[in-house]
Ligand binder design. Structure first.
Ligand SMILES: Nc1nc2c(ncn2[C@@H]2O[C@H](COP(=O)(O)OP(=O)(O)OP(=O)(O)O)[C@@H](O)[C@H]2O)c(=O)[nH]1
Length: 457
């Protein structure tokens, strides 16, 4: 930072130099003296003529540097103090101050500072009218200059010598010094301009770099924004996908529910709720279909009606719960003797129907007999005693009755009626009836017959 402040002073950019000096003051390490920063600041303020500095302020700076053992910087500040004294018309004060520290400065072997001490002493003595001393220090200024190096004190020294020689009437010497003065002054001004130009070039480079950094920052911001936008777009698509999935899942769920309801309704319509075998209507529909197909191939189909015996008594004796259980057990016993393609339905109450799709009357009789035995052998205990179960069977076959379900039902019902009348717990096939049976049957058929009620005529 000190190097930058010094460069700025050389380039005569005093305002920036003051800013750097201020920053230097803020960053002085713990326990260190601010001398260097104060020197740059006072020097920049003084030469930039930004404020009117007082001797007191400069003296404070000198004291600070002395306490930090920075006598070179203190003496550099003394040149500013001497300049101020001369400017304010106190050349004697300036001379006293410079003479007092002259030897000390000589000891540094620092030509630049020595030049300033010499030229200021030359100026001071010139103002005091001591031309001899003024000449001596002006010549010392020239002597202390580094060879081929042009400086501000060098030009001022030649100017003084020109004036002294002029006053003393030495026109030739005066002219020679004046020429040297002009050359030195021109060279110095060129140096100053070069410094200023260098500064401007550096400033320009810094500005270019700053612009590049700004551009990169802006590009970064744009990229950042782009990334945020992409992120937002991704989030939005995710939201859409989630929404779509929700809609699809809801639709799927709704379809599933609808399907399940449909299946439930279908089951309710086609299944008997207690025994889970075919409902009456479903049995009738399926049986008619089987009969239509069988009619085309003229194969034998048998229909068996089965009715539990004295079921009212079972209910009355053991209660309806046991009655229901008896119904389920009887159904289970039947199912054990039925094949997959054989239709089994509950027509109502304790009445059931079985359709054997490929069976003669004899085969149906034989199968019914096995079922009858199975039902009779079904063990069941009521709350207090054994429940006796049996069933009566009436068999009809297409060989005799034809392929109309209604007729098959009538014939099977008649056979069942006979089975009941003949003592129950038996299987009867056919309509071989005597005169009394025919009369009883006619009377029975005259009464409304529930199991035939919804069959097509
Ligand atoms: N527990 C129960 N009883 C039923 C059900 N459906 C009908 N019943 C009863 O079954 C009985 C049928 O009695 P009936 O028609 O007189 O016949 P039955 O007593 O079996 O006499 P037969 O058929 O002549 O041997 C009635 O008491 C009905 O209340 C049912 O789902 N559960």
């Amino acid at each position: 930072m000190a190097d930058v402040a010094q460069f700025l002073i050389i380039a005569r950019q005093y305002e920036q130099a003051v800013e750097y000096a201020d920053q230097m003051m803020k960053s002085v390490p713990e326990g260190m003296n601010e001398c260097r920063a104060v020197y740059f600041k006072l020097h920049a303020l003084f030469h930039g003529k930004m404020v009117r500095l007082s001797q007191g302020q400069l003296q404070e700076g000198v004291d600070l540097c002395m306490s930090a053992n920075e006598s070179l910087l203190a003496n550099a500040m003394r040149t500013d103090m001497a300049t101020l004294e001369i400017e304010q018309g106190r050349p004697a004060e300036a001379v006293r101050l410079l003479e007092e520290h002259y030897a000390e400065v000589q000891g540094y072997e620092y030509p630049a500072l020595m030049q300033y001490f010499n030229v200021l002493l030359a100026k001071g003595y010139y103002r005091l009218g001591d031309l001899a001393k003024s000449r001596r220090y002006a010549l010392a200024t020239i002597a202390s200059a580094v060879e081929n190096e042009i400086s501000e004190p060098l030009g001022q020294a030649y100017d003084l010598l020109y004036r002294i020689e002029s006053q003393q009437g030495h026109a030739t010497e005066a002219l020679a010094y004046h020429e040297k003065y002009m050359a030195a002054d021109k060279g110095y001004l060129t140096d100053v301009s070069a410094g200023a130009l260098a500064y401007q070039a550096v400033k320009q480079q810094v500005q270019t770099k700053k612009n590049e950094v700004d551009t990169l920052n802006r590009q970064n911001q744009i990229l950042q924004l782009q990334r945020e936008l992409d992120h937002k777009a991704m989030e939005t698509s995710r939201l859409y996908i989630a929404l779509l999935l929700t809609v699809l899942v809801s639709a799927g769920f709704w379809l599933l529910r609808t399907k399940r309801s449909q299946l439930r309704f279908k089951r309710l319509a086609t299944q008997d709720s207690l025994t889970h075998i075919c409902s009456r209507q479903h049995f009738v529909d399926e049986a008619e279909q089987v009969l239509r197909q069988a009619a085309r191939t003229t194969r034998s189909v048998s229909l068996v009606l089965m009715d539990l015996d004295h079921f009212k008594l079972v209910n009355d004796t053991h209660g309806h719960v046991i009655g229901d259980l008896v119904l389920k057990r009887a159904v289970a016993a039947c199912q054990q003797h039925l094949r997959r393609n054989e239709l089994f339905g509950r027509l109502g109450g304790e009445e059931f129907a079985i359709l054997f799709p490929e069976s003669t009357a004899a085969q149906a009789q034989e199968r019914s007999e096995r079922i009858r035995q199975a039902i009779a052998a079904t063990p069941l205990w009521g709350e207090t005693r054994h429940v006796v179960i049996s069933a009566s069977f009436g068999v009809a076959c297409t060989d005799r009755s034809g392929y109309e379900l209604r007729q098959l039902m009538i014939d099977a019902d008649n056979a069942l009626y006979r089975a009941k009348r003949d003592g129950r717990n038996r299987v009867i096939y056919g309509d071989d009836m005597d005169a009394a049976e025919l009369e009883a049957n006619a009377l029975r058929e005259a009464a409304p017959r529930e199991r035939l009620a919804d069959l097509p005529h």
